[in-house]
Design a protein around this ligand. Sequence first.
Ligand SMILES: Cc1cc2nc3c(=O)[nH]c(=O)nc-3n(C[C@H](O)[C@H](O)[C@H](O)COP(=O)(O)O)c2cc1C
Length: 340
Amino acid sequence: MTTELLNRFSKIGSRFLGVKYPIICGAMTWVSDPSLVAAVSNAGGFASLAGGNTPPKILEQQILETENLTDKPFGLNVITIAPVYRDHLALIRNLKVPYVIFAGSFPRRSEVELVKQTGAKVLCFASTKSIANRMLDYGADALILEGMEAGGHVGHVTLITLLQEVLFKVSDIPVFVAGGIGTGRMFAHMLLMGAAGVQLGTRFAVAKESNAHPSFKKAFIKARARDAVSTPQFDSRLPVVAVRALRNKSTADFGKLQLDLIGKLDRNEITREEAQKQVEEFWIGRLRDAVVDGDISFGSLMAGQSVGLVDREMSVAEIIDELIAEAETELQRVQESFVG
Ligand SMILES: Cc1cc2nc3c(=O)[nH]c(=O)nc-3n(C[C@H](O)[C@H](O)[C@H](O)COP(=O)(O)O)c2cc1C
């Protein structure tokens, strides 16, 4: 099948990432290991290793392992709020990885500059217009505009709003878009709107090459879009970092914990610090429980609303080929609708 139209619209993103197709498999802590990353890169897309809170020595091994599995480019995703963040920055300085993606919160200007000095291209997440503007000002080489539909840690603004607030206004650097994307038809329309490419997580978490536990994958295949919910915050005295994940016993327990703590705060039975500590500690280790051990009842089943578009386990190459074929078909349909 020809990919003539897709190639035309993909040029900026493909060139920036050094790949055939500007389809990014977003980093997923515990999921994005060397085998998944290399499979995506070898299939013509782009993927990032998830730095998460991985000890630097192990992360270094994973980088080397990925380099052994593919000669194509891949990135390293670092979480600015992870306890090991500073060590990861040191690793980047020593290893000179070609692409660095800042996630979690946003990096400092000096950190963006430091990474750029190594020769790496810097991609920064933006979940609001103000973060996007700040990252542009800091010198990011590209943005990943992520809507609240996405899986994992999320903001509070939908992709459809961010497209209008940011994508339609930024023309000097490539803007990749993420959150709720699961089809090639949507990929095509994002390109038509001016995106450099798309980033998907949820669909790739279920790929054959993903080492996520079979029960984790089964839960994704069974889930509907509305099952992927963002953690609520009930009281400004107890800030909660929003995470989108499949509803399960833990998401219900977390709501109950917050309500219980709010009652205790009202009755002066607990300090704010102690209550906040309990909120923050609740989810520690639970993503690993779900992804590695398959605990789908109490683990954190981070998933985007695009989970409703996942209906079977496919290989990475099958997913990418499908996205490409659907995108090209859609671009041809749009072209014909103009001509005919
Ligand atoms: C299980 C899981 C873990 C994730 N972990 C990370 C992470 O460590 N770093 C990061 O930047 N994004 C993380 N994400 C977000 C993805 O990289 C990606 O941006 C998101 O999944 C895109 O939206 P989608 O889920 O609708 O495809 C995670 C997503 C999932 C589903």
